[in-house]
Write a protein that binds this ligand. Structure first.
Ligand SMILES: Nc1ncnc2c1ncn2[C@@H]1O[C@H](COP(=O)(O)OP(=O)(O)O)[C@@H](O)[C@H]1O
Ligand SMILES: [Mg+2]
Length: 382
């Protein structure tokens, strides 16, 4: 699966951009504030219907514009199109192959992206919810039944919390609990199955990166492993009523990492933590490829400032070995061009929200018989 074309309108500082993408390797470079991360954010938004840096639409829609529009053409055995439009008033239109969709999950399912950015390196310290989201990304693609179970659990936890807050009778809450217990067990099994595939893959990739540290990875289902959820809910009922929330259940699940029995975040250097996180993301991508027989899209933002040269090349080597599409950013073209040199790649230079030019990798021009392409964004043509 790969994105062949991306159109961006009124997204952050990009008035209009049209990116013809290479099926494997793409490098976007330009000064700080030029719009590189915004391009990756637009692709991420197409897939997940949210940004990785702002929760509020008003921050993402271009100042003074009423909406932003994103349009992508991608190839997955056949050519497909995806579109996403968001108005300032919150109205949204999402389309797959020109047909309006009611749920973002249709686009997420069709168009998977895996993001590597400096913020992803906070995963170990960022709380169970973030780590669980991470696990759920993989489980969503690994098991077709996952989304439905996840939505049911989410709804039931919300309903139980509302009932606790409003001090509904115990027998009413028990009816919700019975259903919650059943769905929670299914969700736990789906997560556990995915985790059992993920953990050895992470170890395998980590051993290529470094043999300096041994990680024990575990999955916590959200409640005590030696008791059924029904017993845990009954035991903590008074506390749940007091706090007005369900304190135990699959919404409290976590991915945990230890080194010699201690929390990994207290032991690993910052650099080692980054490697671990890269290994987890690569492992997720590899499992996706195995399952779907196609690669996902890897968005790699600004990592030359986060990883030293050796680890950066380990990461890119691994990315190049996947069957996915890589779209990476850096400030100076030279930061990553050596890593891209052996491959056919597309280069994009961004300046003040405008694409200045795109180039096929110079080294491969002769082989491709292709001439250098230069185009201007609509903003420059005016
Ligand atoms: N809603 C918006 N409308 C217009 N410009 C914006 C908006 N939000 C952010 N910007 C500007 O867009 C640019 C975003 O740049 P960014 O994509 O982070 O650049 P880079 O990753 O190249 O450093 C910044 O210059 C920022 O001031
Ligand atoms: Mg950036």
């Amino acid at each position: 699966m790969h994105l062949t074309h991306l159109n961006i309108h009124h997204f952050r500082n990009i008035v209009f951009a049209d990116l013809p993408l290479h099926s494997r390797f793409n490098l976007i470079y330009g000064n700080n504030g030029s719009g590189k991360t915004s391009i990756l954010e637009a692709i991420y938004f197409l897939s997940l219907g949210r940004s990785f840096r702002s929760a509020q639409l008003s921050r993402i829609i271009q100042y003074e514009a009423q909406n932003f529009q994103l349009f992508g053409r991608f190839f997955d055995q056949t050519e497909l199109t995806i579109g996403s439009m968001r108005e300032r008033n919150g109205k949204s239109v999402i389309k797959l192959n020109g047909e309006a969709q009611l749920s973002q999950s249709v686009l997420t399912q069709a168009f998977p992206v895996q993001l590597f950015n400096p913020e992803s390196f906070n995963l170990l310290n960022s709380g169970a919810q973030q780590r669980c989201k991470f696990l759920d990304w993989g489980a969503f693609y690994y098991d077709n039944a996952f989304l439905k179970t996840w939505q049911q659990v989410k709804r039931l936890v919300k309903q139980r919390n509302a009932a606790l807050k409003q001090q509904f009778p115990r027998n009413y809450i028990e009816i919700l609990e019975n259903e919650l217990v059943e769905k929670s067990q299914s969700l736990h099994i789906q997560r556990q199955n995915y985790f059992d595939k993920l953990a050895p893959k992470v170890q395998e990739i980590l051993s290529v990166f470094s043999n300096q540290f041994a990680i024990q990875m575990s999955y916590f289902k959200g409640w005590s492993s030696d008791k059924p959820l029904s017993a845990v809910l009954a035991e903590h009922y008074i506390m749940d009523v007091k706090t007005g929330i369900t304190n135990h259940g699959p919404h409290r699940a976590d991915l945990r990492f230890k080194v010699n029995g201690h929390p990994a975040q207290d032991i690993l250097s910052r650099g080692q933590q980054k490697l671990l996180i890269c290994a987890i993301k690569l492992a997720q991508g590899a499992l996706f490829s195995q399952k779907r027989k196609t690669g996902c899209l890897y968005l790699v933002d600004d990592l030359h400032s986060e990883l030293d040269q050796t680890h950066l090349s380990h990461l890119f080597e691994k990315l190049m070995q996947t069957n996915g599409q890589v779209i990476a950013t850096c400030i100076e073209r030279s930061h990553l061009s050596d890593l891209f040199k052996p491959y056919d790649a597309q280069y994009f230079h961004v300046n003040n929200g405008r694409l200045c030019d795109t180039k096929i990798n110079q080294e491969n021009l002769a082989q491709q018989g292709s001439s250098e392409k230069t185009f201007l964004s609509a903003g420059e043509q005016q």
